[in-house]
Design a binder for this molecule. Structure first.
Ligand code: NAG
Ligand code: NAG
Ligand code: NAG
Ligand code: NAG
Ligand code: NAG
Ligand code: NAG
Ligand code: NAG
Ligand code: CU
Length: 616
């Protein structure tokens, strides 16, 4: 069958190359349903794409070790902060039922863990599937504080695998593969620290949505593209620029992206904040312009050839990006997407998957032909063309010429490339959601003063709350029952509609992530949301709504037709857990820029916080 026995073996193998005394897997002590981990965070040197910089390591490695446990387990994560700055650790997508104080949001659910201090996170694994952990303090996710979480389903949980095959041997191969998923963390990487980037952003008064490389499990290279690929497509069939990118360049009579594949400096800001004065001369050339290719380490996913005619590998794709959205594809392999954000779906057989910040897709790959196959990821972000590849090696791994399903700009390379469809995503176990909600909140996304300052609730979220918990921790205070600039208040057990409107144009799609329980996307459309509520809208334009079997996720990107159209996206959720749950854009610069709001659920039954947490 396959060579990977489990992710811990992979972890140990990865560690062999790390010459640090700290290099040890997350210590795991397990006893009947209790899983304990220790994570030690350090600030040290590393060269993920061949260029050395300071970054965050967890137990001596980047990405951090995989936390693996089983549905129903009581989980404890003891975090030791050995970095020179404050931190918190957030468990992305984990519901934190009854433990809102373990959600890891500074100033919202806890005080920051200061240098030399430790903090114990405790929660119950009420879910199964693919999750991840990351820092929630300023730019620490961008600096590398992230790792995978695998929650094995309990034995009694129904799986969707019989919808892929009814052949007993193949079904066993699939079930065995899915029992040992291989986490593949995709991230965008810079040679400069997040702190550096924030300082340059402020000096230049513009956002800097440009990266040096794409990493697969923390490994990658800088791949500079040939100049003709970055020029406007006039008489140039090599051009990778999309019609939209060419259109934006045309507005300023510029004919090419920068050597780094980025939209040239003044345009980046002009597109989202046209009337703001910017100082592009304050941006060092390497941040948006210069490109120097490197020959960094490459992620190789190996599957051994056994006696069977084919093998399966299950991969948990984790979109751990700080900004970029793009397309994932494995040459010459159709894959089955069988879970999204940790929950089983009716499997979709696809050739390409669009992945944005925070997304998880669990896929099954059937291997029949021995060889080495490119595992591609290409940015579809308007601001940058950026592409990279890992390798999938089956059996002999003999190199071969393969046909890609996608182009270097993330678009389809063939007329028939099949993309995963979120609209067609059907949960394996759909839950009946009520036809009407109890409350409606309309949230206007807009820029708030500069291209890097943003508002979700029509207001820029006060940075002081998460930066240093200026006003005390939200969870520790008696909540107001009224919503205000930074908070939206709901009673326990209410069904809540969030109507998210991208009010200023043009705007990129924003991956809106909710902490705590997941949400359903029940509707989306182009133009302004002109109705009073969902009921009115659904009566007027029923074709844009689905109340029967909508997708269920912990993050949804806002709808987009083109960057120049306003859009609306309706997310509905059931406020079953009391606590302050963050709702925010997962683009790190947008989160830092204020595109966040606190969903204060259960203001009528606010949680009683354990003294040990409150006094921490
Ligand atoms: C593109 O090619 C056409 C036909 O060869 C030519 O007439 C035109 O001037 C070219 N345009 C540019 C911008 O080079
Ligand atoms: C772009 O070039 C055209 C033709 O040369 C000119 O008419 C137009 O004013 C220019 N636009 C800008 C924004 O410079
Ligand atoms: C920018 O300024 C122009 C001219 O004053 C104005 O028409 C336009 O609405 C402004 N755009 C924004 C987004 O503020
Ligand atoms: C990609 O798909 C579109 C729409 O189906 C099609 O028009 C286009 O030709 C395809 N691109 C390639 C390179 O085949
Ligand atoms: C670190 O956290 C403490 C406690 O919340 C806070 O008082 C302090 O201001 C924070 N420091 C920074 C630099 O944010
Ligand atoms: C909050 O709202 C009030 C009243 O609308 C406004 O005066 C204030 O500036 C807002 N504060 C923030 C931080 O947005
Ligand atoms: C999108 O915006 C363009 C340009 O403003 C407009 O022509 C088009 O009708 C809009 N599309 C929709 C579906 O509203
Ligand atoms: Cu955003």
């Amino acid at each position: 069958m396959r060579g990977l026995t489990n992710s811990l073996v992979w972890l140990t193998a990865a560690l062999a190359a790390v010459p640090s005394v700290l290099a040890s897997p997350a210590k795991v002590r397990s006893s009947c349903g209790y899983k304990k981990f220790e994570l030690t965070l350090t600030w040290e040197k590393g060269s993920p794409d061949g260029v050395e910089r300071d970054l965050i390591k967890v137990n001596g490695q980047f990405p951090g070790p995989t936390l693996e446990f089983t549905e129903g387990d009581h989980v404890e994560v003891l975090v030791h902060n050995k970095m020179p700055f404050n931190t918190t650790v957030h468990y992305h997508g984990i519901e934190q039922k009854g433990t809102p104080w373990s959600d890891g949001v500074p100033g919202v659910t806890q005080r920051q863990v200061q240098p030399k201090e430790s903090f114990l996170y405790k929660f119950e694994a009420t879910q199964y599937g693919s999750y991840w952990y990351h820092a929630h303090q300023l730019g620490q996710l961008e600096d590398g504080m992230l790792g995978a979480i695998i929650i094995h389903p309990k034995k009694s949980r129904a799986t969707p695998f019989s919808k892929i095959t009814t052949d007993a041997a193949e079904l066993k191969a699939i079930t065995d593969a899915a029992a040992k998923p291989y986490p593949l963390i995709l991230s965008d990487w810079r040679h400069r620290t997040a702190e550096d980037i924030i300082a340059i952003t402020h000096a230049a008064n513009m956002e800097l949505p440009c990266f040096d490389s794409i990493l697969f499990n923390g490994k990658g290279s800088v791949n500079c593209l040939a100049p003709e690929k970055l020029k406007v497509p006039v008489n140039n069939t090599a051009s990778l620029l999309t019609a939209q990118q060419a259109q934006v360049l045309g507005l300023a009579n510029i004919t090419s992206f920068t050597p780094k594949g980025c939209m040239p400096p003044p345009l980046i800001s002009k597109t989202v904040a046209p009337n703001v004065t910017v100082y592009p001369e304050k941006v060092p050339a390497d941040v948006l312009g210069q490109c120097t290719s490197t020959n960094g380490p490459k992620e190789v996913i190996k599957v051994e050839k056994g006696s069977e005619s084919s093998a399966y590998i299950a991969i948990d794709l984790i979109g751990a990006f700080s900004l970029i959205t793009g397309t994932f594809s494995i040459d010459e392999h159709q894959v089955w997407v069988y879970a999204v954000d940790g929950e089983y779906i009716i499997p979709q057989k696809v050739e390409a998957i669009s992945i944005t910040n925070g997304d998880r897709y669990s896929i099954l790959v059937k291997l029949t032909e021995q060889g080495t196959f490119p595992v591609r990821f290409a940015s579809t972000q308007n601001s940058q063309i950026l592409v990279s590849a890992a390798s999938l090696v089956y059996g002999s791994g003999a190199p071969k010429t393969t046909k890609p399903y996608i182009l270097e700009n993330g678009l389809n390379a063939t007329a028939t490339t099949i993309f995963f469809s979120q609209k067609a995503q059907k949960q394996l176990e759909p839950i009946t959601i009520p036809k009407d909600s109890d409350v409606t909140h309309k949230l206007n996304i807009r820029t708030a003063g500069a291209s890097y300052e943003w508002a979700l609730n029509n207001n820029k979220f006060p940075a002081s709350i998460m930066d240093h918990g200026a006003d005390g921790v939200a969870l520790f205070k008696a909540p107001s029952s009224a919503s205000d600039n930074a908070t939206i208040s709901n009673n326990l057990d209410q069904w809540v509609d969030l109507i998210i409107v991208t009010a200023t144009k043009p705007t990129p799609p924003h991956p809106i992530h909710k902490h705590g329980t997941k949400m359903w996307q029940i509707g989306a459309g182009i133009g302004d949301f002109t109705w009073a509520n969902v009921k009115e809208a659904a009566a007027a334009v029923p074709q844009f709504f689905n109340f029967v079997d909508p997708p269920h996720r912990d993050g949804f990107a806002t709808a987009q037709a083109s960057p120049f159209n306003a859009t609306w996206t309706v997310l509905r959720y059931h406020a079953t857990e009391a606590g302050p749950w963050l709702l925010h854009c997962h683009v790190q610069s947008h989160l830092i820029g204020g595109m966040t709001v606190i969903l204060q659920d259960g203001v009528d039954k606010w949680p009683v916080v354990p003294k040990a947490i409150e006094n921490y």
